[in-house]
Design a binder for this molecule. Structure first.
Ligand code: FES
Ligand code: FES
Length: 408
């Protein structure tokens, strides 16, 4: 098979990349910030992969990474080393895609066609997985692909028809990518070449379950960092003391549960994160450092999801300062994280910052309630529409505030 060597401009920050695109081995160079959709469209001329929101919301950019649907707009090209990428062009001769295209035509499941490549790839995955033509499961399965034209009825009919016909012909379900060996990294990536040697948590109590295999990297260097702060109407010493109580902190953090007996310097637990239909439960371990004289601390943790295919490492540094008003405190957080695996598609800094901002706001409310002797409120899931609106509106709010501040 011929290897496609793509000529690129010489740029110091480009990284070499070898992957398979639509069955052809490709060697290419990409800047670290280049996402897979730009690489496919701009460098490989595979313009069937469409870009709509570039925030992971509309699904127009859906491609297959090692047989599984993935958002190309949220997947860094550099994280796809070794992956097999299939775009809509690569499904020209695919039997299921052919049946779906015919059904889409028959059922008037497209108008402008902008969503159609991503929709077909998502639908093909449903045809492979769903045992029967269940309309509710099809609608849930396609919830990550938005169509501005059709009202979805024709799309759902087309997918139902293909599933029903295939099952009637005795064709069973199949798990896509089941024959592909899995490793850490975005769907399809082979990132087993990490340069940082992981070090087990020193002198930790023996662990069982998923957390037993979690290690925390020595000299962890996060891929992304951001800062947060919040005010609490209680004295700094009281706030700092509560932050040193691991069980109290876990009770205030939405989605967090402890899975072992915490020690002052180490904890084992799980964090459930849910954004609308996207849900993950990370189990892991953390090392805790307290600097009482400085009223500061550091939590360094590593975790993986239940399937072991997404992994994260993160560091939270915190400092408790005196607030603007006497008897109040300001908690200043500096957060660094690295997210690998399928969920890295949703690890785009703006999205994570927004999610962390909402988690921090809820944590602050619960902390305040606990310090006041009130039971913390039950955690609420984050609705994807609110999240998207937040992402769209926050920059506008910031610009408006800057404009107001610049007026004489
Ligand atoms: Fe909308 Fe990727 S462009 S999800
Ligand atoms: Fe126009 Fe779906 S057919 S967006």
């Amino acid at each position: 098979m011929a290897v496609l060597d793509t000529a690129v401009l010489a740029r110091d920050d480009r990284m070499p990349l070898a992957l398979t695109v639509n069955g052809r081995p490709v060697r290419i160079e990409a800047e670290p910030r280049t996402h897979l959709a730009d690489l496919l469209r701009d460098t490989l001329d595979l313009t069937g992969t469409h870009l709509g929101c570039e925030h992971g919301v509309c699904g127009a950019c859906t491609v297959l990474l090692d047989g599984e649907p993935a958002r190309a707009c949220l997947t860094f090209a550099g994280a796809c080393e070794g992956a097999a990428v299939t775009t809509i062009e690569g499904l020209d001769d695919d039997v299921i895609a052919t049946e779906l295209r015919a059904a889409f035509n028959r059922e008037h499941a497209l108008q402008c066609g902008y969503c159609t490549p991503g929709m077909l790839i998502a639908a093909r995955d449903l045809v492979l997985r769903l045992p029967e033509a269940d309309e509710r499961r099809i609608r849930v399965g396609l919830a990550g692909n938005l169509c501005r034209c059709t009202g979805y009825a024709g799309i759902v009919r087309a997918v139902r028809a293909v599933i029903a016909e295939r099952r009637a012909r005795g064709i069973p379900t199949r798990t896509p990518g089941a024959d592909v060996p899995r490793g850490l990294g975005p769907v399809g990536a082979r990132t087993g070449t990490a340069t940082v040697a992981p070090t087990p948590l020193p002198a930790a109590a023996p662990a069982e379950g998923p957390a037993a295999t979690i290690v925390i990297a020595k000299d962890f260097r996060p891929a992304h960092t951001f800062a947060q702060s919040f005010d609490v109407a209680h004295p700094p010493d009281a706030v700092f003391a509560l932050l040193g109580d691991v069980e109290a902190v876990a009770a205030c953090l939405p989605g967090a549960v402890l899975t072992g007996s915490p020690r002052p310097d180490a904890v084992e637990g799980a964090l459930r994160v849910r954004i609308g239909p996207i849900a993950a439960r990370f189990a892991g371990r953390a090392r805790i450092e307290h600097d009482a004289p400085a009223r500061a601390g550091r939590i360094l943790g590593a975790g993986g999801d239940a399937g072991g295919r997404s992994a994260t490492e993160g560091e939270i540094r915190y400092r408790v300062e005196a607030g603007e008003r006497a008897g109040t405190a300001r908690v200043v957080l500096s957060v660094g994280y690295t997210l690998k695996g399928p969920l890295a598609q949703f690890g785009r800094p703006g999205l994570v910052r927004d999610l962390a901002g909402r988690l921090t706001a809820e944590f602050a409310r619960n902390l305040e309630a606990r310090l006041s002797g009130v039971a913390p409120a039950a955690p609420a899931d984050l609705h994807p529409i609110r999240l998207m609106l937040g992402l769209l509106l926050d920059p506008l709010r910031r610009r408006l505030a800057a404009w107001r501040a610049s007026r004489p």
